[in-house]
Design a binder for this molecule. Structure first.
Ligand code: GYE
Length: 306
């Protein structure tokens, strides 16, 4: 145990700082890139990073956070697998005087003194961008557009918010109908399985909106197995823009991708340094992101980092 960073004793040298990071899991290409980037950034900064993988289970994250509290780390960072249920453990961190930083995903807590800063994307905006593409793509069509939604992990901020932003964007026009919506847990296997089942009950679906590329890639397999052409018979829009997703977009199997950057490592190190210096980091830091069409994906692929 010891004194936490940014205490009255002043900042610690980088090589004496210890940060505990509880990662969601390794469910997707996005997550793998996020883990790699965070580990590399702390290595570069010469700051020790204790890392644990919660395998998409909240109980594992709570255990990891408790263990970081017990070890008296200087800062705890974590990407909450779901939004709710964090108040107890975050109050324990607060009582131990250990600052907490949220990366990537939000918590749904009324008390925002339980964390110093939240670094990550605006998922509602991402969903909105996906929906706006759909509006544009079908603007000349008078036929109904039947949409299957592949949701991310139930209760996770990106699943809740990407559904909300998308629904908001398309709600003005009755021709758009979400005929089925189920979770594929942000995994390729989940996306494949759910698409297989939902194509049987909705053979006339026109479009799949996947909350991440991995589920879209699983959907592609299911569509092909059903003898249909992904990107043509059934259009696909997804979120992330990881390399495999971008390749499928360049190949015409996905039609549009909204970017969600996993490269949060450098900014997380900056926040940790600010806390260590006794400064107050910004409460909400939003990642900058773009969108990709087929041609833009082909152009970006050769230099894509993740
Ligand atoms: O979009 C998905 C991952 O929380 C933004 O989690 C992240 C999401 C990302 O599994 O691929």
């Amino acid at each position: 145990g010891g004194t936490s960073a940014g205490s009255s004793e002043g900042p610690k040298p980088a090589d004496q700082l210890v940060v505990g990071f509880s990662q969601v899991g390794s469910e997707s290409g996005w997550r793998t890139a996020n883990t790699t980037d965070i580990q590399a950034a702390f290595k570069d900064a010469g700051i020790e990073l204790k890392f644990s993988d919660a395998q998409q289970k909240q109980e594992n994250q709570i255990k990891a956070i408790r263990s970081y509290i017990q070890q008296g780390v200087d800062v705890i960072a974590f990407s909450p697998v779901v939004e709710t249920g964090w108040d107890a453990v975050l109050n324990e961190a607060k009582a131990a005087n250990i600052p907490v930083v949220l990366t990537d995903r939000a918590v749904d807590s009324a008390d925002d003194s339980l964390y110093e800063s939240f670094l990550g994307s605006d998922f509602v905006e991402e969903g909105k961008k996906a929906g706006e593409w759909v509006l544009e793509e079908y603007k000349d069509s008078t036929e109904p557009v039947k949409i299957i939604q592949l949701e991310g992990t139930t209760g996770a901020a990106p699943a809740i918010d990407r559904a909300e932003g998308f629904a908001d964007a398309i709600k003005g026009d009755d021709k758009f109908e979400v005929v089925a919506s189920q979770t594929g847990d942000f995994t390729r296997a989940g996306g494949k399985q759910v698409t297989e089942a939902l194509l049987k009950s909705n053979p006339d679906a026109n479009l799949i909106y996947a909350h991440n590329d991995d589920m879209a890639l699983g959907a592609i397999e299911a569509i092909e197995a059903a003898g249909l052409k992904p990107g043509v018979d059934i259009k696909i829009v997804s979120v992330d823009a990881v390399k495999d997703g971008m390749q499928a977009l360049a190949d015409g199997k996905i039609n549009f991708i909204v970017e969600c950057s996993p490269l949060l490592g450098k900014q997380l190190v900056d926040i940790v340094n600010q806390i260590n210096e006794g400064e107050t980091p910004e409460k909400r830091i939003i990642t900058e992101e773009t969108t990709f069409t087929k041609d833009q994906a082909a152009e970006a692929l050769p230099t894509r980092q993740y």
